[in-house]
Ligand binder design. Structure first.
Ligand SMILES: Nc1nc2c(c(=O)[nH]1)N[C@H]1C(S)=C(S)[C@@H](COP(=O)(O)OP(=O)(O)OC[C@H]3O[C@@H](n4cnc5c(=O)[nH]c(N)nc54)[C@H](O)[C@@H]3O)O[C@H]1N2
Ligand SMILES: Nc1nc2c(c(=O)[nH]1)N[C@H]1C(S)=C(S)[C@@H](COP(=O)(O)OP(=O)(O)OC[C@H]3O[C@@H](n4cnc5c(=O)[nH]c(N)nc54)[C@H](O)[C@@H]3O)O[C@H]1N2
Ligand SMILES: [Mo]
Length: 662
């Protein structure tokens, strides 16, 4: 929640709203200098048309009429000839504001019947895993974590990625909470933990099974709670019987006695909370891992304590309460967004993709298996439109680029994944240059195409009023007028509500589902496909790592780069020594999908056998003109509904002789 000071129409100061219970006046390092972004000389201020080859980044300014006229005629002729399904909408999380993210864009593409992608790269697999246990997966209110006495930050890098939760963690610690971190990497969060479990990547299900084994063996499960609230306990207990702490130690690399400690502490030191976001979901068996984690509070009955249970993304609360539009009827042709490269290069698709419109996303950087994506974006017969604030690695390939407003220039309704406050984002300044809100761009495009649907001319305030027009109890009293006056409001979830203790699971029998649980190694992991492991012996993790990056965003600004000024591969001293690599070297990292040259940081933050490259750097930061997703695994589990197996990626590396790197 931001307050902006404006002098003579220009924003001069931006700070966090002091009254807001989550941000408490503080911003995170990414957006502290947001105004530099707004007024940056590279900010897009007019529509652009390509004036060079695809990817050159050469453009000429054109008027909105010319740009929208060209898009309209290209789209209309495709609709008349091969059909609207040849047009692909690709969008993602560039903004968390509901209407600028997609409400009007979706209306437009629904009206013409274009193809679409599931916006599933972030959180979908975590959702599926948790919902296997509890149906619609509501979780503990993160504010209630202050009450907890054990907090397990399980595969989430809270200190970096969820900075506004950190004061809550510290407050709980002050009151006696033990902070546990479970992560394959010694992250900045792990450095601040009381107990750090540096687990082998992707082996968390084995750890959970061993914890259940100990709880069952030592009589630490809550039998009464299990009988009254769950189903499938016998099957789960049987699954855990052979996973002794010793066996789990072999799989996870953790010590058996520490696994015992973790199980006993989790059961006894209450309230006991687990916090997750998306890290472990980005694996072939990510759904099993997220399900395994969600099983633990159901076994110990941790849900019974205020501040106990599982605190996950809170987005599900907003999705339940707000009046989101129903899915389109007839349904549109859908693809998993992780398969973009395949979709753009598949000549057998009928109809094939002939036009691509990207908004709120930078697929050339953020989607796994980058090389086929670039091959697709280079296609001369693909008409690409990108709505952006800057020329990104995706926008460089566009035929038309349209300039979008930033958060301080447009109206929006803000939801959250870290708390339960809804906010009204009101524009503080007029749009910079000729930039327009995404919503307005689609209203104008619809008009240019002569689409006669009043819903496509609804203004932004109407779109927000429609979303708030819900009789859900959590929105009682939260009207547009209320938000206009107070800026934010907490959903009416009664503070201290204990999900699944005060409420019932939304499963067929109203119980939390346990059942058979099995640890499986992903194909592209050290215990997976042996032929692949022989060729590519190192596991690559590509996590969010820099405090001033937001996904693929902000790496365009030199003042946001970390001190090393280039992306560096982190490698354990043993692996480095074996290959004669030091921190002053450069290396080539490669697998069947791609190749990248990078600097090196020799560090025991990563385990032997694991290497890590920070996510978020741009194409120009490597000599190959590619970013780290050139190497990553696009496998999408769960019948194409899940996220991608980014971190189940095997690579090898070679040292680059010094003279070759100059
Ligand atoms: N500074 C900064 N903050 C951000 C973002 C950013 O780009 N930069 N992005 C925002 C977005 S979009 C999101 S979704 C959130 C994500 O927030 P998080 O989920 O906290 O972040 P990630 O880096 O995706 O993953 C968290 C951790 O999971 C670990 N991990 C990976 N595999 C495994 C595994 O198999 N087991 C276990 N136990 N851990 C594993 C990684 O090492 C990593 O430290 O962050 C948000 N906040
Ligand atoms: N290897 C690897 N890959 C990952 C991840 C990882 O951890 N590792 N994380 C994944 C995750 S969790 C996520 S969420 C995705 C993020 O994927 P994206 O959502 O695509 O990434 P962002 O860089 O956050 O935002 C994309 C663009 O949106 C633009 N933008 C911002 N606001 C607006 C607006 O109002 N209008 C328009 N038109 N554009 C706007 C920004 O300028 C930015 O270039 O990446 C995923 N990819
Ligand atoms: Mo995300």
């Amino acid at each position: 929640m931001w307050d902006v000071t404006v002098t003579d129409g220009r924003a001069v100061k931006l700070r966090g709203n002091k009254e807001h219970p989550t941000t408490r006046g503080a911003l995170c390092p990414k957006v502290n200098r947001f105004l530099d972004r707004v007024y940056h000389p590279d900010r897009l201020a007019t529509p652009l048309r390509r004036a060079g080859s695809k990817g050159d980044g050469l453009f000429e300014p054109v008027t909105w009429d010319v740009a929208l006229g060209e898009i309209s005629s290209r789209f209309s002729s495709l609709i008349d000839t091969v059909g609207a399904a040849s047009i692909l909408q690709f969008s993602f999380d560039g903004t968390q504001g509901v209407i600028q993210k997609g409400i009007m864009a979706d209306r437009f593409f629904n009206a013409i019947g274009a193809s679409d992608i599931h916006r599933h790269l972030c959180g979908a697999t975590a959702w599926l895993g948790a919902s296997d246990v509890s149906g619609v997966p509501f979780g503990t209110d993160p504010e209630d974590l202050v009450e907890a006495r054990t907090i397990i930050l399980w595969g989430t890098n809270t200190y970096l990625t969820n900075r506004h939760l950190w004061p809550v963690i510290e407050e709980a610690r002050k009151d006696g909470a033990t902070i546990v971190v479970i992560d394959p990497v010694r992250t900045s969060t792990a450095e601040r933990a009381d107990e750090f479990f540096q687990i082998r990547p992707g082996t968390d299900t084995a750890l959970v099974l061993a914890m259940v084994h100990v709880l069952d063996r030592d009589g630490l499960v809550d039998v009464e709670w299990i009988d009254a609230n769950t189903s499938g306990w016998e099957e789960l207990a049987a699954s855990a019987r052979s996973m002794t702490p010793e066996r789990a130690a072999d799989v996870t690399g953790l010590e058996a006695k520490r696994i015992e400690w973790l199980a006993r502490t989790y059961a006894a030191r209450r309230p006991a909370a687990i916090r997750v976001l998306v890290g472990p979901e980005h694996r072939q068996h990510g759904r099993d891992i997220m399900r395994a984690i969600a099983i633990l509070p159901a076994v110990t009955g941790a849900w019974q304590d205020i501040g106990g249970g599982l605190a996950r993304s809170t987005q599900v609360y907003f999705e339940t309460a707000l009046n989101y539009p129903p899915p389109p009827d007839p349904p549109r042709r859908m693809f998993n967004m992780a398969r973009l490269g395949e979709v753009l290069t598949d000549r057998s698709l009928s109809p094939g993709i002939a036009a691509l419109l990207v908004h709120n996303s930078n697929p050339a950087v953020i989607v796994p298996d980058q090389n086929p994506i670039i091959e697709g974006l280079e296609r001369e017969d693909l008409f690409t439109v990108v709505i952006e604030q800057f020329i990104t690695d995706t926008a460089r390939y566009a035929d038309i680029v349209l300039p979008a407003t930033t958060q301080i220039e447009h109206l929006d309704l803000g939801i959250a994944w870290g708390h339960l406050y809804l906010s009204l984002n009101q524009p503080a300044i007029e749009p910079v240059g000729d930039a327009l809100p995404n919503t307005e761009i689609f209203r104008r495009l619809a008009a240019a195409m002569g689409i006669d649907d009043p819903g496509l001319q609804a203004n932004d305030e109407t779109l927000i009023r429609e979303l708030l027009d819900s009789d859900h109890e959590w929105l009682q009293g939260i009207t547009y007028e209320h938000l206009a006056e107070h800026t934010w409001a907490r959903l009416n979830v009664v503070p201290g509500t204990r999900p699944y203790a005060d409420t019932t699971a939304d499963t067929d029998d109203g119980r939390l589902h346990l059942g058979v649980l099995e640890y499986q190694a992903g194909d592209e992991t050290p215990n997976g496909n042996q032929e692949l492991v022989d060729r590519y012996p190192l596991v690559l993790m590509t996590r969010k790592q820099h405090v001033k990056f937001l996904n693929a965003n902000y790496a365009q600004f030199p003042e946001h780069l970390p001190a090393e000024g280039e992306p560096c591969l982190q490698i354990h001293p043993d692996d480095a020594a074996r290959r004669g690599i030091t921190s002053s070297d450069h290396v080539e990292v490669f697998n069947d999908r791609g190749r990248l040259s990078l600097g090196v940081e020799v560090t025991d933050e990563v385990l032997p056998g694991v290497v890590a490259i920070p996510f978020g750097w741009h194409h120009r930061h490597s000599p190959q003109g590619r970013a780290v997703n050139a190497l990553t695994n696009p496998t999408t589990p769960d019948h194409d509904l899940g996220s991608a197996a980014f971190h189940d990626t095997l690579v090898d590396i070679t040292r680059i002789p010094r003279d070759r790197h100059q």
